[in-house]
Design a protein around this ligand. Structure first.
Ligand SMILES: [Zn+2]
Length: 154
């Protein structure tokens, strides 16, 4: 019934009413009622996921252009990968060109397992952020650096 035009539906409704078919009149009424724009949770999730992937893809392109083919921590040109410096729960909120850098696979592995230490990686990232004028990213790293020093985890 959805494909019928409203005027056609109204005419059908009058015929049904005249034939005393109230059960079918209700069905036609329902078809004539404007539909609410319902966006399913699944569709919203799909749209958000696509938007997030596109954002990460855009960041990857910009970071790769900035790094111009070498690891931003050691200079290696092998197996370059995007690293979200601030991972974990803050990863999505902090994801930007300023907080991502291009690392070679070996640096990426070492950084992921905090070797030689988390403060060494924070210091490397702070040098990187400072050289590009990323003051907010630098500030976040600096706070974490100081926090680890206070905890004696450097
Ligand atoms: Zn490297």
């Amino acid at each position: 019934m959805r494909s019928l035009r409203p005027n056609t539906l109204r005419a059908i409704r009058e015929v049904l009413r005249a034939a005393d078919r109230e059960d079918l009149v209700k069905a036609v009424d329902s078809a004539l009622r404007p539909k609410r724009a319902v966006t399913s949770a699944r569709k919203v999730r799909r749209i958000k996921t696509a938007a997030r992937r596109q954002k990460t893809s855009d960041i990857r392109d910009l970071v790769a252009a900035r790094a111009s083919g070498s690891c931003e921590a050691c200079g290696s040109v092998h197996e370059l990968q995007l690293d979200h410096f601030f991972g974990g729960s803050s990863r999505k909120a902090l994801e930007s060109v300023d907080t991502c850098w291009l690392l070679c696979a070996e640096c990426h592995r070492q950084k992921t397992v905090n070797l030689p230490s988390p403060t060494v990686w924070l210091a490397r990232f702070m040098i990187h952020a400072k050289s590009h004028g990323y003051t907010t990213a630098y500030g976040i790293a600096d706070n974490r650096f100081r926090s680890l020093q206070l905890q004696g985890r450097d």
